[in-house]
Design a protein around this ligand. Structure first.
Ligand code: DGJ
Length: 301
């Protein structure tokens, strides 16, 4: 898996799992993401749904299919092909035994700015759509988002709000299908997108991009003692050539593999979004400092 390029599944087809997330269920990894396998029209592809791929070794990926499908025959439906669905994130709820997916749901102009929720009994779906919500009555819009599952199984929504000016953090309810209502604002008026979180050495680290559409910009990270605590913006963790453009990528999520943290990047091809590539780069912690160097390849097991 050569970083920065398009990757193929075990059948040789390009992996369509953009803006994705990887979770581990027993000995299997599941990679969910945007299926962008259609012609780019303007700045988007029609919404097709979210794909899932599975792997035992993080190198050979089996296509589990589209696990939440767009609705093709009803243009008024929230999941119709004329909508935008981005950055699906999936968490497992130990109590309800359900897999719960949250994602950025929007219209083609990015004015709808809501969060979609879907639920499944098994990791490879099918996911059943539950409806959409907003992060709060005061900060109504939610665009780029992630879910962070803490060690105590509390799950937090982290999303860009106020037209991407500010990051909002809110805990999910016990079923993970709604929000508790109390929220914390972070990085106020710092215009951050594509948030992802890692906990290491007792501190929470949030990584993300700036706001330049499909064009790359500088990754920045911040840290906090609590997920809903005070977040301090620190620095750009990337090192090496093109570090100020995040190696021409943008954060999508993080995962731990063989004891090592990795950050997942999308390398958007804005003229042909389905041909956007991926990178899995190591995240190195040195005390409270973080470094993300470019590596040519992700090897898996
Ligand atoms: C940047 C976001 O991070 C992407 O997910 C997508 O929404 C693009 N903007 C659209 O321009």
């Amino acid at each position: 898996m050569k970083n920065g390029t398009c990757w193929v599944d075990e059948e040789g087809n390009f992996i369509q799992a953009h803006g994705g997330v990887i979770i581990q269920v027993e000995d299997t990894y599941y990679w969910y993401g945007e299926n962008k396998d259609a012609e780019t029209q303007g700045n988007r592809v029609p919404f097709l749904g979210f794909s899932c791929y599975s792997s035992k070794n993080m190198r050979s990926w089996h296509n589990e299919g589209v696990v939440l499908r767009a609705v093709e025959d009803d243009l008024e439906h929230e999941l119709s092909t004329n909508k935008v669905g981005e950055r699906p994130k999936v968490v497992y709820n130990q109590k309800t035994k359900k897999f719960v997916m949250w994602f950025h749901l929007d219209d083609a102009t990015y004015h709808y700015a809501r969060i979609g929720v879907a639920v499944a009994d098994a990791p490879a779906g099918p996911f059943e759509y539950q409806g959409s919500l907003q992060p709060s009555s005061k900060h109504k819009d939610s665009r780029d988002m992630t879910l962070y599952q803490d060690e105590d199984d509390a799950v937090y929504l982290i999303c860009s709000t106020d037209w991407n000016a500010t990051t909002l953090i809110c805990q999910l309810n016990e079923e993970y299908t709604g929000l508790t209502g109390e929220f914390k604002l972070a990085f106020i008026e710092q215009f951050r997108e594509a948030p992802v979180v890692i906990k290491e050495n007792g501190l929470y680290y949030m990584f993300g991009s700036g706001c330049t559409g499909w064009n790359p910009n500088a990754m920045l990270y911040g840290s906090a003692k609590e997920v809903t605590g005070s977040w301090l913006l620190i620095d750009n963790p990337c090192t090496g050539s093109d570090y100020r453009k995040t190696f021409h990528g943008q954060t999508s999520n993080t995962f731990k593999f063989n004891g090592q943290w990795y950050i997942m990047l999308d390398h958007w091809d804005k003229d042909d979004l389905r041909m956007s590539g991926y990178s899995f780069l190591p995240v190195r912690f040195n005390g409270n400092e973080v470094e993300i160097p470019w590596t040519e390849e992700f090897l898996g097991v």
